[in-house]
Design a protein around this ligand. Structure first.
Ligand SMILES: Cc1ncc(COP(=O)(O)O)c(C=O)c1O
Length: 428
């Protein structure tokens, strides 16, 4: 799973002085393969359960190679018609598949962190525009205040995005969550005129979904903007079996998600969607005499970056190769594997801390030190890879089943290893 010590030590080979002379390109690539390949982590295998890491679908890998050779700048349509066209297709497909408003505009970014940032910066501009303030012209100096509401289990990337957009962590209104990390809608206070409420579709720890229907209704009554961090959970909306969990999220104003998580598109691949396309353009658009676009959607006006790789190529390839049924099967299969993990761990006498609603399992092996030791030994053993977390004060091992490759055999093999290691650690 993780590289061997000797392979990590060999990475010093790269730390040579900047070569005065060039090298043969084939030798350069051969060196990368010789010393680089052994120092990678096997995240594309079926037994990697760390973070929320999808594998890379074959069509996406092939498309990525092709896109690498094309080396397109997906800034303006004139620079890459294929990149711009595929973005149009992806945006339409995703809105359709996830039941989000078809009028949404959006953009392809590196990750959910950037998608959160793009949406929150847009919300800021739009709310301040409603208050008669132009952020683009006048900046934030002396701007009317914006209230930002998050739940106690908000993902760290929202906090980072908020701080990048000029909202301090100490200025947030934090709403209590229940035992699964769901924001308690009834605790939502009376909001100020300009407010952003950040809700979550899929907690990184428990996989739980905030009660979107109730929160959106209450927030909208008061004129607030609702942003959804749906880095992976939003994709549950494609499955008839899990769609109920995403109920109400379509009423929000903006959404952030990742293609490199559950849809198994290779890194880096995130997506932002905003109901009010004009607001997105107003906050992310830029103009220069030499950057003349056409009359159709221009990718660069919807994201923070201007020059950007054509990440829509592999995103499109993944969606095309899976289709609705394939993506829905992937979601349902990984959730079923999570249930198998949870049942196996419970049967072995261990404490599964969360209601396993989607593909995330949190397990405790007793005292904090024992759980930490089990995580360390599982990583060292190499049968599978799981990371750790602290959820509502409790230390846990996280099992996130996110890869298309994982099969029943991987799950059984990993379960056996985890249980064996946990018993050994407890016997010490
Ligand atoms: C709920 C949630 N939001 C945001 C993120 C950040 O995603 P990324 O690492 O792609 O920026 C994650 C990552 O796991 C997540 O689970």
């Amino acid at each position: 799973m993780a590289p061997a010590e000797k392979d990590l030590a060999a990475l010093t080979t790269f730390h040579e002085p900047f070569p005065a002379e060039g090298s043969n390109p084939a030798d350069v690539v051969a060196m990368l393969d010789e010393f680089g390949s052994p120092a990678t982590v096997a995240t594309t295998g079926g037994r990697y359960f760390g973070f929320v890491t999808g594998g890379a679908l074959p069509a996406a890998v092939g498309a990525n190679w092709l896109a690498g050779v094309w080396d397109q700048n997906a800034s303006l349509r004139v620079m890459s018609p294929i990149a711009a066209e595929l973005e149009d297709v992806i945006l339409r497909w995703i809105c359709e598949a996830l039941g989000l408003p078809m009028e949404c505009e959006g953009g392809l970014v590196t990750c959910a962190t950037m998608a959160n940032f793009t949406a929150l910066a847009t919300a800021r501009c739009a709310l301040l525009a409603n208050a008669g303030w132009n952020v683009v012209d006048d900046g934030m100096f002396g701007a009317p205040p914006i209230e930002v509401v998050v739940g106690t289990e908000v993902h760290a990337s929202i906090l980072k995005a908020l701080s990048m957009a000029g909202f301090g962590k100490k200025r947030l209104t934090i709403i209590e969550a229940d035992s699964q990390g769901r924001m308690r809608a009834e605790k939502l206070p009376r909001l100020s005129k300009s407010a952003i409420v950040c809700i979550q579709a899929g907690s990184v720890n428990t996989g739980a979904f905030d009660p979107a229907e109730e929160i959106c209704a209450r927030a909208h009554e008061q004129g607030a903007w609702v942003h959804v961090d749906g880095a992976f959970g939003l994709w549950a909306g494609i499955s008839p079996k899990f769609r109920h969990l995403t109920k109400g999220f379509a009423s929000a104003d903006s959404w952030a998600t990742d293609a490199h998580k559950w849809p198994n598109v290779n890194y880096d691949s995130g997506l932002v969607l905003v109901r009010d396309g004009k607001a997105l353009h107003a906050s992310m658009g830029m103009s220069a005499a030499y950057l003349q676009g056409g009359t159709k959607r221009e990718p660069m006006h919807h994201v923070p970056e201007s020059p950007r790789r054509a990440r829509g190529v592999e995103f499109w390839a993944a969606l095309k190769s899976l289709g609705r049924t394939g993506l829905s099967d992937l979601i349902e299969r990984t959730c079923a594997h999570a249930q198998t993990f949870a049942a196996g761990l419970r049967n072995a006498g261990f404490n599964v801390l969360n209601d396993v609603v989607i593909n995330q399992v949190l397990v405790s092996f007793g005292p904090e030190e024992v759980t930490q030791e089990v995580i360390r030994c599982v990583q060292q053993d190499g049968t599978c890879w799981c990371g750790g977390t602290i959820c509502q004060g409790r230390t846990a091992m996280r099992i996130s089943v996110s890869s298309w490759v994982t099969n029943e055999e991987d799950v059984q093999h990993s379960l056996e290893a985890i249980i064996r290691i946990a018993r050994e650690c407890l016997a010490l």
